[in-house]
Design a protein around this ligand. Sequence first.
Ligand code: FMN
Length: 504
Amino acid sequence: MLFPHLFSPIKVDSLELKNRVVLAPLDVGLHDPEGQVTDRYIDFLVERAKGETSLIITEFTSVWPEQRVITTAVWDDKFVPGLTRMADAVKDAGSKIFMQIAVLGGKSYVEPFAPSAIESELYTEVPREMTVDDIKRVIEAFILGATRAKRAGFDGVEYHCAHSYLGGQFISPHTNQRDDDYGGDFERRMRFGAEIVTGIKQVCGEDFPVGFKFSAHEHLHGGVNDRYDEDVKDDLHLQIAEYMENLGVAYLHVATTSATIMQVKGFVECTHPSVPPLYIKPNTLVDLAEEVKQNGAKIPVIATGGITDPAHAEEIIAQERADMVALGRTLIADPHWAKKARAGENIVPCIRCNFCHTFVVMDRGGVQCTTNPIVGREKLIAFNKTDSPKKVVVVGAGPGGLEAGLRAKEMGHDVVVYEKRDVIGGEMISASIPDFKWDVKRLLQYYITEVQKVGLEVRTSTTVTLDTLKADAPDVVILATGGEAIIPDIPELMETMLSPALMQ
Ligand SMILES: Cc1cc2nc3c(=O)[nH]c(=O)nc-3n(C[C@H](O)[C@H](O)[C@H](O)COP(=O)(O)O)c2cc1C
């Protein structure tokens, strides 16, 4: 069996998971304006469940109404019917489902409130400092949100304290500068979360699992495990993990702070960015999960952050660096990653370009992916077999042309792809030359393998002219020659680094 550790079962509390592959919580922007789940969001999750992901964690689901609704919501009973439909659909497709419960707090653009009214690179304005009464009301909202999740049929909830949202704002010494029952020292900074977790357990029962996602590193002065200064190391992340394990959480999901590059300078280039781009080595955050695990965690530890390759995921589990892997962008790129990995099939790789993150979380445009053109429209676009095959000519064997050719072929059309160079891949070839662009090389390899596997006809070293088209007499011509390299205007770079062959 391929990847035996990755595909071995594991227990989360009393819940049996069939393998170690988790869908990381992903805000995919498919909710309706009120925060209700939509069919498109359900289809998105179901497709990942069908792909043999053992645990689906939903996106940031807001338990608090008074900040702008930008994700799905659970702050009122009116959301329960939609959420029930979602939980049922995912479970029917074979996965377990947890709801991630969260509040924006100081990071909200509307009525921001936080443990302390401080200026921070995380916040767009100084948030209002929460009174103790505010705190009690928000704790109650978290508990009520969890009861609704349970009523809707969710297998558990994940309390979101990562990425510097409200839960994390209470934990972090950077954002929590109170000196009362909810701040001042470690115990008091942890109290907000402790009351939420124990409250959920009291109301939903000890057997209703509460997972915990947290920032084990913050690229913030005075924050958790502050590694601004590479010489400074603290073990606050380990203390947080121990504290929450003792409180009875079901797992420890190890992540980091999240902020935009505009907010926190150097954030994306730091050692542990929460959504690590391709410029940073793969499996970026796994060492943090490993530290938590080696510190003696007895509950499952989930590693996340730049894990795209099944062989890496297998190694992470086999070497006991973590117990499960949460894949975000990887499962946006290929919803059937787990199923294909188990069967040794060709996987559409995530190239960690962060297009998904920019267009959903930052720009609110609804999920999009460079390597998966149908993401978010899983049931709206189907490549069904055609009754009337057409002759299709595709001009250009870059990623666009190859994708179009492969899909047309899958539908049963008679396809030929022309390429003027003697190799396929287009701009992926030059883009994959630097070592750190390993992810792009994998995408190129994915297309080479697919073309061979399905026998897509590609005529290389051929420039398409009117005569070519007249001879072929296609019903449809797809012009896919649009990819252009972005060349920075640096004269020496042009002369020394870019070979003319690559510029053709
Ligand atoms: C489009 C997008 C939306 C995200 N939304 C959430 C979210 O709602 N809640 C959360 O905890 N993390 C969110 N994340 C972070 C992921 O859960 C994950 O921690 C991060 O992307 C690293 O994993 P990856 O490299 O496998 O993508 C989001 C990431 C992306 C790319």
